[in-house]
Design a protein around this ligand. Structure first.
Ligand code: TXA
Ligand code: MG
Length: 335
C-alpha cells in the first residue's frame, strides 16, 4: 500500500472535523452511494487547485459540485424545468445534472473548467450527507483516484491511489452502487445523457416527462469535455466479449461461467447475472485481477440493457487504447 493518510470512522465528530478541514482548504475523501469522492471547498481557489493537483487531473475536465439538497443546488446552477423535475424525483441519489451556472455562485470557475454550465449532485449516502450538512457550503468532489485509473469503491482503494495526498479519509465501507452517477445535461435546448449510470436512461426520461436527445442533434464534444475514451483503466489490457481465455489471462465473468474455458484466475461479477451486484463488484474485481502475473483481463459479454448500459460503458473505457498507445487526439473521442 502507498503512503497512508488519516483515516476515521463515520460519526458526528468525524463530520465536524471534516467540515473544519474542508473550510480551511484541506482535502477530505468520503463515501457516496456511487464511489468515494475527494472533496474540497468549491468556493476556495487554492483548495480547488490542490484537488486538481492531487488527482493529476487535467484542468479541461470539469468536476461535480456536491450539496446537501436541491435548494442548495439551485444556488449553484439554475434548476428549472427538466432539471427541477429530475431533482424532485431522483435526489438524493446517484444522479448529476449539468445546468446553467449561476453568475452569482461563489463556486470558482475552474471547478467547471470555465464553462457556462456546472454539474451538481445531491448524494444520498449518509456519510456524504453528514459531511455536506456539517460543512454547509458547496463541495467539489471528483472520484477519489488518480485521473484515468479505476474508481475507488472502498477506503482501501482510496488509500492505495491517493494516500499521502489527502488530509482525511472517512471510511464508510464499500459503496453500495459502485459506478459513478448518471450525468444528464439539462441546458437550454439540450437534454442529453452524458454518462450512463445506476439511474437508467428510461428512469431519467420517466422522471423528466420527455425523451433524451440523440447525440447527433446535440452539441457533441463541447457538451462532454474531459470525457476520455480511455478511463477507469487497470494497468493490464482489458479484452471484451471473451468467450474463452488464454492460460495467462484473468477472467472477469458475468453469469454462469462453467462453459468458458481457460484463464489463470477468475472472478465473477454476478453468478446469477444480476446487474446491480455486478456494478457493486466491478471496480474491486478489476483491481483484484490487475496483477503482474496476468497478461490481460478477459471480460465475458454483458447484455446492454438497463444498468448493463453503464457497465458496458465503463468496460469499454477500461478497454480503450491508453493515451500513450494512441494518436494525439485519442483522449477526447467521446462524442
Ligand atoms: O458518482 C459520481 O459522480 C462521483 C461521486 C464522487 O460523486 N463523482 C465522479 O466525478 O464520478 P468525476 O469527476 O470522476 O466525473 C465527473 C463527470 C465527468 O465525466 C465530467 O466530464 C462530467 O462529470 N462533468 C462535470 N461538469 C461538467 C460540465 N459542466 N459539463 C459536462 N460534463 C461535466
Ligand atoms: Mg472519475
Amino acid at each position: 500500500m502507498a503512503s497512508s493518510c488519516d483515516r476515521v470512522s463515520p460519526s458526528l465528530t468525524a463530520y465536524a472535523r471534516a467540515a473544519e478541514m474542508l473550510g480551511s482548504g484541506r482535502l477530505v475523501a468520503f463515501p457516496t452511494e456511487t464511489v468515494y469522492g475527494l472533496g474540497a471547498d468549491a468556493t476556495d481557489p487554492a483548495a480547488v487547485a490542490a484537488l486538481f493537483a492531487a488527482k493529476d487531473r487535467p484542468a479541461s475536465n470539469p468536476m461535480i459540485v456536491h450539496v446537501a439538497d436541491a435548494a442548495a443546488a439551485d444556488r449553484v446552477g439554475t434548476l428549472d424545468g427538466t432539471a427541477a423535475r429530475l431533482a424532485a424525483a431522483l435526489w438524493p441519489g446517484p444522479l448529476t445534472v449539468v445546468v446553467p451556472r449561476r453568475p452569482t455562485t461563489a463556486v470558482v470557475a475552474a471547478v467547471s473548467a470555465n464553462l457556462d454550465s456546472i454539474a451538481v449532485r445531491v448524494p444520498g449516502h449518509p456519510v456524504a450527507q453528514g459531511v455536506l450538512r456539517a460543512v454547509a457550503r458547496p463541495i467539489v468532489a471528483p472520484s477519489a483516484n488518480r485521473s484515468g485509473t479505476v474508481s475507488p469503491t472502498t477506503a482501501d482503494h482510496v488509500e492505495e491511489s491517493l494516500g499521502g495526498r489527502i488530509d482525511l479519509l472517512i471510511d464508510g465501507g464499500a459503496c453500495p452502487v459502485g459506478l459513478g452517477s448518471t450525468v444528464v445535461a439539462c441546458l437550454p435546448g439540450v437534454f442529453r445523457l452524458l454518462r450512463p449510470g445506476a439511474i437508467t436512461a428510461e428512469r431519467v426520461e420517466a422522471a423528466a416527462g420527455c425523451a433524451l436527445g440523440g447525440e447527433a442533434a446535440l452539441g457533441g464534444a463541447a457538451l462532454a469535455p474531459g470525457q476520455m475514451a480511455s478511463h477507469y483503466a487497470p494497468r493490464r489490457p482489458v479484452r471484451l466479449g471473451a468467450v474463452d481465455a488464454a492460460p495467462d489471462e484473468a477472467v472477469l465473468a458475468f453469469g454462469p461461467d462453467d462453459d468458458l474455458p481457460g484463464g489463470r484466475m477468475r472472478l465473477n461479477l454476478s453468478q446469477t447475472g444480476d446487474f446491480a451486484e455486478a456494478a457493486h463488484n466491478l471496480y474491486a474485481m478489476l483491481r483484484a485481477l490487475d496483477r503482474p502475473d496476468v497478461r490481460a483481463i478477459a471480460v465475458m459479454p454483458i447484455p446492454a440493457t438497463g444498468l448493463g448500459v453503464a457497465l458496458n460503458d465503463r468496460l469499454a473505457r477500461a478497454a480503450a487504447p491508453r493515451p500513450s498507445e494512441a494518436g494525439p487526439h485519442a483522449g477526447v473521442s467521446e462524442p
